[in-house]
Design a protein around this ligand. Structure first.
Ligand code: FAD
Length: 293
């Protein structure tokens, strides 16, 4: 199913993100995770892509296996940086052959060990290429950044570039992780002012490991509120306490988002089920009433 068709009906979308496993043990973990989360009937799952092509085969194999095994809607991520047009088209042709209808079109960050200049400077170049070659065969999702992308001079400028992605054919967006809902509400207001009216799915990153989240947040420019950071740092060597604080925080954050009306949640699972499961369980009445509308 095309994700944009479902979202057009104005219904809440639930989805999970996985990364392609490196070995058999990782694969077992991913499929165990997926099976534990299947009971919430996700609208789709997505599989990340290593910028520059480092996971090209693994992403494809994971997408194919999930689709064949569970008959789920699977959306591959695809980054264009350090690829030439032919490489990207070959990947897209293979997806089309196995019946993939949705793509998350990204630029990615240039890997240090791959200086190859590709055809694309920005994600919009990838979207234009997809549209030129495949018309409407793929529903295209894009990334967005409630706190602004770290390379952009300002949030406003970043939103201008988001608008270019939408005008080129991006039909829905998934946010980078964020921990302050006020950033998201302000972002949505700015989108409205700019006339950007595509559905925006919230990317939810439950904090389960403080050291890891500090690294991720640093890389993508997400702010961890001071009070939350202080509470996490006090228990950072106690994994159970970190998990509890992180999941409780995510539940409260998601509840407020649901109360304000959001188009969906996309859980960054990191191939683990427990945090996502606890958040959905805590909010399932609200989530499922929105999905039935
Ligand atoms: C939901 C989600 C999923 C992700 N999945 C992956 C993944 O699987 N693999 C991976 O490697 N990375 C992934 N990323 C990270 C992403 O690749 C990086 O954030 C990357 O730095 C930007 O990608 P983009 O598609 O947002 O780029 P773009 O939309 O091209 O934006 C990149 C920067 O360029 C600026 N810009 C855009 N157009 C112009 C222009 N015309 N002139 C000047 N500046 C411009 C933007 O404002 C922004 O600052 C994901 C991010 C999100 C939010």
């Amino acid at each position: 199913m095309k994700i944009c068709e479902y979202l057009k009906e104005g219904r809440f979308s639930l989805s999970y993100e996985f990364f392609p496993p490196k070995d058999e043990r990782g694969k077992e973990q991913l499929f165990n995770t997926l099976e534990r989360l299947l009971k919430y009937n996700p609208n789709f799952v997505s599989v990340t892509y290593g910028a520059g092509g480092s996971t090209r085969e693994r992403t494809f194999a994971t997408v194919k296996e999930i689709k064949e095994k569970y008959n789920l809607t699977v959306m591959p991520h695809l980054t264009c940086v350090a690829h030439d047009e032919d490489e990207v088209l070959e990947i897209l042709d293979r997806y089309r052959e196995i019946g993939i209808e949705n793509i998350l079109a990204l630029r990615g960050d240039r890997p240090k060990d791959n200086p190859k200049e590709g055809f694309c400077k920005y994600a919009v170049d990838l979207i234009r290429l997809i549209k030129r070659h495949y018309g409407d065969q793929f529903c295209i999702g894009v990334a967005c950044y409630p706190e602004g992308h770290q390379e952009a001079k300002s949030l406003e400028e970043d939103i201008e570039h988001l608008k270019e992605k939408v005008e080129a054919g991006g039909e829905f967006a998934i946010t980078q992780m964020f921990f302050r809902n006020e950033d998201f509400f302000r972002f949505k207001e700015l989108l409205q002012k700019k006339g950007i009216d595509i559905p925006v799915i919230v990317g939810v990153m439950p904090i389960t490991n403080f050291k890891q989240i500090k690294k991720f947040a640093n890389l993508c420019g997400a702010t961890i509120p001071l009070d939350l950071a202080r509470r996490l740092s006090e228990v950072q060597d106690n994994p159970e306490e970190v998990f509890k604080i992180g999941v409780d925080y995510a539940i409260r954050q998601c509840e407020e988002l649901l109360d304000h009306g959001v188009d969906g949640f996309h859980f960054y699972t990191l191939n683990r089920a427990e945090a996502t499961k606890q958040i959905i369980e805590a909010l399932k009445d609200k989530i499922f009433s929105l999905r039935k509308v």
